[in-house]
Design a protein around this ligand. Structure first.
Ligand SMILES: [Zn+2]
Length: 225
């Protein structure tokens, strides 16, 4: 597994080829856990890193798939946004998809990892791993981003993609509409993040972006609704 040092106490774990899916270590906190088949690689990559807690940006299978296994194995507390708490705890992730009875939701549910008890749900302004929690609802109701003002590192989860994880095409884009609970609300969250004027943007999908003017420009083109 490729591990990239992004900034002080910030690691990116590249879980899929071409950086198509990422987890991060912020301080001693693991952010996201990839799909359920990432478990072994993730635990091996973390074996020499002190991890004292785990948080998911949101309750989708490619972010919570190995969360139960990691929390059990490392015996660490699990955290998420309040709006995704039930999905994360039960493993019933279809409830945060726009159409919970669609075939896509059934497929996503089959790919989901098991639920795991949440020790603490996070709110706007909470601190985790030296980062401030930013509530960014839209892609899911309880989606979270993480921000460190001192060096401008921003972890955006799936508010925007920097690589399409299905076609593997690189570039900024909105997350898939079929997997986004409320696209209009997600655009408002993207504008909230762009207003922070980050120095480096770290995505759930795709390589980090340091030419952050492109991030601001892309967000300014998003439809206002
Ligand atoms: Zn994702």
């Amino acid at each position: 597994m490729k591990i990239e040092h992004i900034s002080t106490d910030v690691l990116r774990l590249s879980l899929w080829p071409l950086d198509a899916a990422n987890a991060y270590v912020l301080g001693d906190i693991l952010v996201d856990s990839g799909g359920k088949f990432a478990r072994r690689g993730l635990l091996s990559a973390l074996s020499r890193t002190a991890i004292s807690g785990h948080v998911v940006t949101h309750a989708h299978f490619d972010h919570q798939g190995s969360s139960h296994a990691v929390c059990e194995h490392l015996d660490i507390p699990f955290m998420c946004g309040e709006g995704d708490r039930t999905a994360v705890e039960t493993g019933d992730i279809a409830q945060v998809l726009p159409k919970r009875d669609s075939w896509l939701a059934r497929l996503a549910q089959r790919l989901a990892g098991p639920g795991h008890p949440v020790a603490r749900s996070l709110r706007e302004g909470d601190e985790v791993g030296g980062f401030v929690v930013i509530e960014t609802p839209g892609h899911t109701p309880g989606h979270l981003a993480f921000w460190r003002e001192s060096d401008g590192v921003l972890v955006v989860g799936d508010v925007l993609f920097h690589r399409n994880p299905m076609t593997m095409r690189s570039g900024l884009r909105e997350p898939f509409a079929f997997a986004t609970f409320d696209p209009g609300m997600n655009r408002r969250s993207a504008r909230k993040l762009a207003a922070l004027e980050p120095a480096v943007v770290c995505f759930g999908h795709g390589e980090p972006l340091r030419a952050t003017q492109r991030f601001a420009e892309f967000v300014s083109t998003l439809r206002n609704d």
